[in-house]
Design a protein around this ligand. Sequence first.
Ligand code: GLC
Ligand code: CA
Length: 559
Amino acid sequence: MADIKKHWYKEMAVYQIWPRSFKDGNGDGIGDLKGVLSKLDYIKSLGVDAVWFSPLYKSPQKDYGYDISDYRDIAPEYGTLDEFKTVLDECHKRGLKVIMDMVVNHTSDQHEWFLESKKGHDNPCHDYYFWRKGKNGGKKPPNNWRSIFSEPAWKYDEGLGEYYLHLFATEQPDLNMDNPKVREEVKDIMRFWLEMGVDGFREDVITFISKKENLPNGIPIPIATGFEHYMGGPRLHEYLMEFKNDVLSKYDCMTVGEAPMMTPKKALKHIAEGPGQELNMMFHFQHMEADSFLTSWIRRPFNLKKLKKVYANWQEGLYGRAWNALYIENHDQPRIIDRYGSLEFREASAKMLAAMYICQSGTPFIYQGQEIGMTNINLPEIGMYDDVSTINNYKLGQKLRLSDKTIMKLAMYASRDNARTPVQWTGGKNAGFTGGEKAWFHINPNYTEINVEAAEKDENSILNFYRKLLKFRKENEIVIYGDYKEHYPDSDKLFVYERNYEGKRMLVICSFCDKPCVFKTPEGFDLGKGRLEIASYENAGNTGNNFILQPYECRVYMF
Ligand code: GLC
Ligand code: CA
């Protein structure tokens, strides 16, 4: 058996806050730190150990905080730096760690560095970004790269007569990490927050920070042309190691890097434990592609076998060598119930999906609203959307001459706005999100039924199931440190796996079927000798080794 090193970042569970839609504390309709403060006891009550804040920094909010104009201050609509320090303190008092979002692949076009860099070639900040002359006498962009948000990745600046690179929105110019001054800035920003007492970073699209020299043309594919020249670029390892050696290793902190198109094999080069470890964990995307390809916009039918294979690769591939970050939702992904679960069996499928991923080996992340089983809002008209990538994808769809109906169907399914509707706290006015007249964004009309207040009153709610699961994980080392072995990989209805640790065994049984489904206990297990620790349906148990699982039922047995 692999020798697993224990660490607090492995034992914790993390709650992700997307501040704009979490809780409004001052009645202006926008979530804020005052709102966060009022809900810290709730967060603690879930049984999590840390909070990850999506960006709270000053920002023009073109990409809701992922376009930062000041890395050392809080957006005024969210509060002040002093208020943040209070939140940090209050989190620590409750035993909650605080993880900040570190967005250093790009800044806002309103960041002082960018405003300076535009002033001319002699400006000390000029080389903080990628400025290039156009091709064809300046009329065409320097290369054919496309931004992840479906536009050309270059924007012409009249003043300079040159283009700048932006892999995301036009207002998010990419930082030139090859410039050592930029890396010093990044390290200073990290130190600033670590000195204040934060406990770690989620590093936004961190695998994009090194671009291939001379920025050559990329393979033209519909999205992200050129990604082969910046995803896992030539100096990525070097830069990550520099951040670690010069800053991160000097603090008791953790890091999780966001890493699109990451595979377990490549991940090990970044997160394998030992002296060469650059980051503690990575957010990969492969398990979010069981119903889609590369982006949730390119759809295919949900495929359970594919999902299980991805999990098996990561669980087995990393076990004893590196650590998994586990998530099924975040601010970029539509709600999971609509994707891998069932609206008809909302409660059952939400519980099953929770057990399916939280009982694996790794650190679980839970996105706001996930714990009460929030669902997609399915906004029917493009004018109702707010997310820059949705709007750009809509325009791309029009260029590709897709019908409005088709584009809207995709948007309803795939838009990031689905995850960004205000958290539903009560069945009352504005779902209890704001005491003011109006929330900044549409509230899902199902708030009258799906809300925290109602879930608190129901012993069998999704919310209380999450609490049970997190408590169970905390109380049983096997859930944290056990290995992973899959059963019935060829089943397209059942997801079954076992975990083993120090003589203990655990069996996780999940049905992805909307009808009753026959279950046969895998060889080597006798359920009569096990303890049913987690059950999503009442009256489960005492059923022998072969029985019928109810739709989306899940059970966890301990031996
Ligand atoms: C990451 C963030 C996403 C953001 C993008 C650009 O993928 O999670 O919300 O739009 O990076 O910063
Ligand atoms: Ca507010």
